[in-house]
Ligand binder design. Structure first.
Ligand code: IPM
Ligand code: MN
Length: 343
């Protein structure tokens, strides 16, 4: 059997610290998976002058999946070549268009499905002679349709409700979005569709997230709403994401950024990175059993050794270690430990 290779991108800021915990957990849980480390973002600019070196892209394209820690460094804020350009290009090159961002807490089980390779992030941009700077939001119907179809399929397999978020009272791309959603809806009679304007959706998520099941939206609205959803379900330290294409490798990464203020202090919460690793095991490698074990271990580890963002005092390494201890217990050949539920 050919070896399964996962590319690990340690990234910037707290990235290498949380990536290290993901490596240790994966080595314990899936020792046959080979981790290939590559540079992306600020670290790549410093070493090679470009945020997505050819070698990194080639490795990602031939991998089974990509496990990515956050990138971004204030050092490059005013530069022409910036870390974020590398990750946006990586998303586009892998065509990882369907960004799944689950936000789960007591009573809330919301899945944000964010379009990831279109919209204002990728539209025409520039500066006019008079000094005006512009970014444009563009969508082809096919880009919306494939994303929306995935969101419907996910809703059909969950609680059967799809909240489609747009700004159709103002934007042409949003009116197109609505038409496409209504068209695809016919294929999924079991799913109830609700359209909502993005400003109202922000308020609803802040006040009543429990009402919603799957939320589908375009790239930038999804960026903003997913931080909000993370905040109302325990914070950014806990929120994972999966970015999937139709056939190639997916990208699995925390929703949070590189948190330069926390970098090097050993106190970043590795849970979002480890939950992204669990999504990788499930969606990237089809290893549902290991994925569930990791999710359970992260939950228990968080209860035992919370990091400062959750009001605790555990370091990144201490929480990582607590999670590995739970993994070892959960996977022990002697069977489930006393008190643990069946998987
Ligand atoms: C995210 C991040 C990125 C995005 C940035 C770093 C480009 O905020 O994954 O949510 O906006 O997509
Ligand atoms: Mn974001």
């Amino acid at each position: 059997m050919p070896k399964t290779t996962v590319v690990l991108l340690p990234g910037d800021g707290v990235g290498p610290e949380v990536a290290h915990e993901a490596r240790l957990a994966l080595e314990l849980l899936a020792p046959d998976v080979e981790l290939e480390e590559q540079l992306l973002g600020g670290a790549a600019i410093r070493a090679t002058g470009t945020p997505l070196p050819d070698e990194t892209l080639a490795a990602c394209l031939r991998a089974a999946a990509v496990l990515k820690a956050p990138i971004g460094d204030p050092e490059f804020d005013a530069a022409d070549v910036r870390p974020e350009q590398g990750m946006l290009r990586l998303r586009a090159e892998l065509d990882a268009y369907a960004n799944l961002r689950p936000a789960v807490s007591a009573g809330v089980d919301l899945l944000i499905v964010r379009e990831l390779v279109g919209g204002i992030y990728f539209g025409a941009r520039g500066t006019r002679a008079d000094g005006t700077v512009y970014d444009t939001c563009e969508y082809h119907p096919s880009q919306i349709e494939r994303l929306v179809r995935r969101a419907f399929a996910l809703a059909a397999a969950r609680r059967g409700h799809l909240l489609s978020v747009d700004k159709a009272n103002v934007l042409e791309t949003s009116r197109l979005w609505r038409r496409v959603v209504d068209g695809v809806a016919a294929e999924f009679p079991s799913v109830r569709v609700e359209h909502m304007l993005v400003d109202n959706a922000a308020m609803q998520i802040a006040t009543d997230a429990a009402r919603y099941d799957v939320l589908a939206t375009e790239n930038m609205f999804g960026d903003i709403l997913s931080d909000l959803a993370a905040a109302v379900t325990g914070g950014l330290g806990l929120a994972p994401s999966a970015s999937l294409s139709d056939s190639g490798p997916g990208i699995f990464e925390p929703v949070h950024g590189s948190a330069p203020d926390l970098a090097g202090r050993g106190i970043a919460n590795p849970a979002a990175m480890l939950r992204s690793t669990a999504l990788l095991l499930e969606h990237g490698l089809g290893r549902l059993d290991e994925s569930r074990r990791l999710v359970r271990a992260v939950d228990r580890g968080l209860a035992l050794a919370p990091t400062p963002d959750l009001g605790g005092t555990a370091t990144t390494a201490e929480l990582g270690e607590a999670i590995r201890a739970e993994l070892a217990l959960d996977g022990a050949p002697a069977g489930p430990r006393p008190g643990s539920g069946a998987p």
